[in-house]
Every structure is written in C-alpha cells, then in structure tokens.
Design a protein around this ligand. Structure first.
Ligand SMILES: *Cc1c(COP(=O)(O)O)cnc(C)c1O
Length: 327
C-alpha cells in the first residue's frame, strides 16, 4: 500500500546542469556540463537515495533505521530520519569528515565511530540491525536508495531534451550513482524516451583505493577487496563494493572505462576548480575532474564530445588542512 503522507521531501533533486566554460577550457574540452549534486540538501546526491529509502521504510513501519557510512550517506540519513521523526543510528569510521559527524549529531541521530573502514562499519551496522530490529539501509542491501539515485539519470535525460551525452564521468565508491543511472537509461528506453545508444560511463577512483579500476583492467567480473584503502576523498574510500559486478558491467557495456587519480592531483584539482568558479567542491568532485583530465589527455574523451561530469558533493574542511597546496 502507498501512503503519500510518508513521503519525505527536503528539496532533493532537480539539480542544475551547468555549463562550466572555464573548467572546460582548462580540461581541453569545447564544452563541459556539470551536474550540481552538491546543491542537494545535506550537500550531496546521497539525499536522493535517503529520501526514497527513509520514506519507504516509514511506509513499511520501521521505528529505527541504521546505516554504515563514509560520511555523506550518514548525514543524509540523519536528516531524513529527523524529518520523519524516527530514530537513526549512523556508523562511521572515526576519521570520517568532521562536517558529516557534526551534521549527524545536529540532526539528533546516534553516531558510532569505529576505528576502521566502511566495511567494518557495515559489519557493526548489521549486528545492530539483528540485535535491535533496526532497518538496515546499507548500500544495495535494500532496493530503495538506488531508486532514488536513479533520478539523476532521469533528470539528465530530461535536461538534455532526451539526448544522452557521449560520456559521463562519475567519482565512484560504492557505485550506486553509476548503477542507478544505468538502470534509469534502460527504463527510459523501455518508455520510448531514449534510444539504445548509451553514454560511455567512466568511473574515477583514488589511487589509494581503486578496486574497480583494477578489476576493469584485469577484465574481471568482480573486484577483489582493496587492502589498506587510503584517500582523503571519503566517499571514494570503499575497499569492496557490493555492486562491483554491476558497476563493471555498465562500464564495459557502455564502452567507457575506469581511471585512478593520485592523491596530490585530487587536492590540487579541488583548489583549481574553486578558482575556475565551481565554488567549494568536494574532494570527490575534484577526483572526478582530475580523472576527466586524464581521460581527455589520453584521448579517451574527445575535445568536441558532449560530456557530463558529476559534482557529487559539496566541500568541507579536512582536519589539519585549511587549503590544498596550489600548483
Ligand atoms: C558517496 C559519494 C560518492 C561515491 O558515490 P557512489 O555512487 O557510492 O559510488 C562520490 N561523491 C560523494 C560526494 C559521495 O558522497
């Protein structure tokens, strides 16, 4: 049964698709469109998934929700759970961005900090769910977050008047952004709104945690867990993705690819993007842009192709670093 009163809205979605001419010319592209997911409530596209997942959990009668998070998913869950008036527990690595920890606490959610990675947080989240009956909203463990993220693909098609771009570049951790859009394009085709042509999908990861890039290069169907995952782009610090085979499938079937960028490039590109007029972008957005630069330099994306880069989240200070070194 659908109960419309359980549908939660905090203003998520309908984000602008901006032309970024100064960034385009730095990259060597004649044109670049940027999907500004950083303008979502709680500052990232994670809001889209949580809007749908928490609404549906409410509809199903959940009294308590739990999620493991590298940062932004926790902040988004806390906000939507607060809007619903339901208890939320967020499990984060102790070194997750301070801004995310604070937003979880401000929204009145329980915050558990673990000395470990998102995968360790996932194990504790599952235990909490089993012990307390809390509804587990982990990535791809329930079907609704991906349905929310799918709307990025719908919007993109609508904003481009049903002509999908040649290439999409996405900073990839758990991969739900790519998987969601891939699903959206299939559904749009089934509805007769787009043809069978797909954008080439490119995943960008950090060199310190690049399981999808490695698996793509090796031609594997699944990605093996990345040891000792390290990157300051918190959303990309996902050593093992549940949907690895789905991500790899979309990259291969679309004729796209995967690229890893060094940490120094991520930091330098964040500052570069700021000075090119993109505001205060997240390190994940910076990573995507650094990856796009590498793809253009390698000739994998042509200078006159239509390309959409995802600005997945807003920037926040990193402990002990006020600004990245300029180069
Ligand atoms: C979660 C997150 C990502 C990674 O997205 P996936 O779809 O999980 O791969 C990228 N950027 C930001 C800002 C994020 O919060």
């Amino acid at each position: 049964m659908r109960r419309w009163e359980s549908v939660l809205h905090l203003g998520e979605g309908s984000t602008p698709l901006h032309a970024a001419p100064r960034t385009a010319s730095w990259l060597g592209l004649s044109k670049l469109l940027v999907k500004r997911e950083s303008l979502n409530p709680t500052g990232s596209f994670k809001a889209r998934g949580m809007a749908v997942a928490v609404s549906r959990a409410m509809e199903l009668g959940a009294k308590h929700v739990v999620v493991p998070s590298a940062g932004n998913a926790g902040g988004a869950l806390a906000a939507y759970a607060a809007a619903a008036g339901v208890r939320a527990t967020v499990v984060m690595p102790a070194d997750a961005p301070e801004a995310n920890q604070v937003e979880v606490l401000i929204a009145g959610a329980d915050l558990l900090l673990l000395d470990g990675l998102i995968s360790d947080c996932g194990r504790l989240g599952r235990l909490i769910s089993e012990e307390t009956g809390a509804f587990d909203l982990s990535t791809l463990k329930e079907p609704y977050r991906i349905e929310g993220k799918k709307t990025m693909g719908f919007e993109l098609a609508e904003q481009l008047e049903w002509r999908l771009p040649d290439a999409i570049v996405y900073p990839t951790g758990g991969g739900t952004g790519l998987i969601g859009m891939w699903k959206a394009f299939d559904e749009l085709q089934a509805m007769g709104l787009v043809g069978e042509q797909r954008p080439r999908m490119f995943a960008v990861q950090a060199e310190g945690c690049a399981p999808i890039v490695r698996a793509f290069r090796e031609g594997s169907q699944f990605a093996t867990e990345w040891e000792d995952a390290k990157t300051s782009a918190a959303g990309l610090r996902v050593p093992a993705a549940v949907g690895d085979f789905l991500i790899l499938d979309s990259l291969r079937k679309s004729g796209g690819g995967a690229v890893a960028v060094p940490e120094v490039e991520i930091l330098a590109t964040q500052k570069r993007l700021g000075s090119l007029g993109l505001g205060y972008p997240s390190l994940e957005t910076a990573a995507a842009t650094a990856g796009l630069k590498a793809l253009v330099d390698a000739g994998l994306i042509g200078s006159s192709e239509s390309c959409v880069m995802f600005d997945t989240g807003a920037g926040s200070p990193v402990r002990g670093r006020v600004a990245s070194p300029s180069r």
